[in-house]
Ligand binder design. Sequence first.
Ligand code: PMP
Ligand code: GLN
Length: 380
Amino acid sequence: MHRMQGFGSTIFAEMSGLAVEHGALNLGQGFPDTDGPQEVLDAAKAAIDGGRNQYPPGAGVPELLDAIAVHQKRFYGLDLDPRREVLVTVGATEAIAATILALCEPGDEVVTFEPYYDSYAASVSLAGAVRRTSVLRFPDFAVDEESLRAAFSSRTRLVLLNTPHNPTGKVFTRAELDLICSLAREHDAWVVTDEVYEHLVFDDLEHVPVATLPGMAERTLTISSAGKTFSTTGWKVGWVSGPAEAVAAVRTVKQFLTYVGSGPFQPAVAVGLGLGDDVYAGLSRALQAKRDLLVTALGDIGLDVSVPGGTYFVVADAAPLGATDALEFCRALPARAGVAGVPVSVFHDDVEAARTLVRFAFCKQDDVLREAAVRLSALR
Ligand code: PMP
Ligand code: GLN
């Protein structure tokens, strides 16, 4: 199919496949190797035993819609009508695709940053829209105002933002968000903001949802997912919230992509969203310790790293390990070193910007992280 030419299979599938084939430690694909809160797991079992095994309502089960609205109020002070302004999707992935398909006509332009999460490029392409990017450069990944301004035009339909950001681990600053939002307002564009790592933020950084910024709620669609927050990436429960008319348009598309999402996981995620502040704080604290472990270990090996403010990921320059092309390096790494990583270059149009950069996931057990560092150091 012309629109999907060049997309092939995702880098995550490729690297996880190589990790399995070579029995390598998988610091490639971003999924935790331990389970999340027991209450959430128990709630899914209870939903299955309680007979909630048929099609749920199209927009999502009422208690999850309510829980998402309550969550947005509790953490961010946002007021949402759970029946009109919230939609449950099959992971954030479906929310991203359905939102872009709902908002974009062929030829419309989507402004985003690179490196970008892989499904952004594919979803923009599926919609027949055009991607316009601004590069975030290693090691600080700061927004470059000039190139961001240049990415906007009279055809800009939406800005696709991701904070905290995969693969860089960057948490956009308030000043950067203000700039992005003012450009969106100037061009009368939507902001579609992927905030799946909203609760995985470290140090004293704060996650600022775009919808909370002045004048933005009416032009912002916010996407999140239970996968990262509750360590349930395999459940594929996501959601999108924003102005009722836009959410209705996304729902129309969603109906014909998947019709509805998986039934029993939805009430379980509702339980998760209602867990206490201590649970949320514990999740990010535990992950921050893993970030520190891997960042220190990679530094000890002599790699330059960008210390991530959030997410599951750290980006390192693998040049001292002999990398000259990140994709080739990562394809060889599982067999060579028994470790899998992800080349950042595949998330770029400007491949040169990330020629030797590799993303490593630290959402893994401490022993796995330590052993991976030992194996990588043997390459020096
Ligand atoms: N957006 C980003 C930035 C991601 O890293 C991911 C992967 N977890 C997704 C979206 C997809 O999320 P889900 O698994 O809920 O579809
Ligand atoms: N979001 C995960 C990552 O960035 C993987 C999701 C996927 O496999 N598509 O590694």
